[in-house]
Design a protein around this ligand. Structure first.
Ligand code: FMN
Length: 212
C-alpha cells in the first residue's frame, strides 16, 4: 500500500501547529461541538502504545457536583503550592491563572489502566511505566489535534490524585494522569504564557543533544 505524501506546504503548517500549540488558561465559555470533541478523542486514540495496549482512559466530567469537588481539590492544592514560594515568586505565582477550571466548557480527566489485559503485557515486563507513557502520548496527540481545530487545552496537575479518583469513582488500577480543560481559547499566542508573564523561559541548551 502506498502511504500519503506530506508535501512541504503540509510540513510548514505542521511546524506552525507545534509553534502555536499552547497550554491555555483563558477560555471562551461557548461549547465545542460534540462532533469535534468526539473526533479529537478518536484521534487521540491513534497514539502509539506499548504492546498496542491502548491504556488511556478518557473521562468526560459533566456532573456539576463532581466538577465542584475537583475545583475544591484544586483550590486546596494551589494554596499549598503557593506556600512553597516566597516574595516576588509568590506574587508572580499568585497572578498566574493556573486553571481554566472556571471557564472551560469541557473537562476531561485522563487515567491510565496500569494493568491492561489488552497488549498481553508485551513490552512492559522490564519497564511497567511504559503504560503511563503510552497514555501521555494520547494526551499529546489530543492536544495537537485540538490545536489544529482551533480548540485549546489547559493541563491541570495541581490536584491530589487519589481524591480525583474518588470523586470520579474510578477503579483502583486506573492511575490519574491529567485533568484537561478544553474549549476555545480566549487568545492565541506563539509563546508559553509562563514565559510571557516572566515566570520561566525556554532554554536554548535544551535544544542541543549529547553524542556518546
Ligand atoms: C505534565 C504536565 C503538567 C502540567 N500541569 C500544569 C498545571 O497544573 N497548571 C498549569 O498552569 N499548567 C500546567 N501544565 C502546562 C505547562 O505549564 C505548559 O505546558 C508550559 O508552561 C509550556 O507552555 P506551552 O504548553 O504553552 O508551550 C502542565 C504541562 C504538562 C506537560
Amino acid at each position: 500500500m502506498t502511504g500519503p505524501l506530506f508535501p512541504p506546504t503540509f510540513r510548514a503548517s505542521l511546524d506552525q501547529l507545534f509553534t502555536w500549540r499552547r497550554d491555555v488558561r483563558h477560555f471562551r465559555t461557548d461549547p465545542v461541538p460534540e462532533a469535534v470533541l468526539t473526533r479529537l478523542l478518536e484521534t487521540a486514540c491513534l497514539a502509539p502504545s506499548v504492546g498496542l495496549s491502548e491504556p488511556w482512559r478518557f473521562v468526560r466530567v459533566e456532573a456539576p457536583g463532581r466538577r465542584a469537588a475537583i475545583r475544591e481539590n484544586f483550590a486546596r492544592c494551589n494554596t499549598d503550592a503557593l506556600t512553597g514560594h516566597s516574595g516576588e515568586d509568590a506574587r508572580r505565582y499568585a497572578t498566574l491563572k493556573l486553571a481554566g477550571l472556571d471557564d472551560a466548557p469541557h473537562q476531561i480527566a485522563v487515567f491510565c489502566d496500569t494493568n491492561p489485559a489488552q497488549g498481553r503485557g508485551l513490552g512492559r515486563g522490564t519497564m511497567p511505566e511504559t503504560t503511563v507513557w503510552s497514555a501521555v502520548m494520547a494526551i499529546h496527540t489530543f492536544w495537537l489535534a485540538a490545536t489544529a481545530e482551533g480548540v485549546g487545552l489547559g493541563w491541570v496537575s495541581i490536584l491530589e490524585p487519589d481524591e480525583v479518583s474518588r470523586t470520579l469513582c474510578m477503579p483502583p488500577d486506573w492511575q490519574f494522569l491529567a485533568y484537561l480543560c478544553v474549549g476555545y481559547p480566549a487568545e492565541q499566542a506563539d509563546t508559553p504564557e509562563l514565559e510571557r508573564r516572566g515566570w520561566e523561559q525556554r532554554n536554548p541548551a535544551r535544544r542541543r543533544w549529547i553524542i556518546r
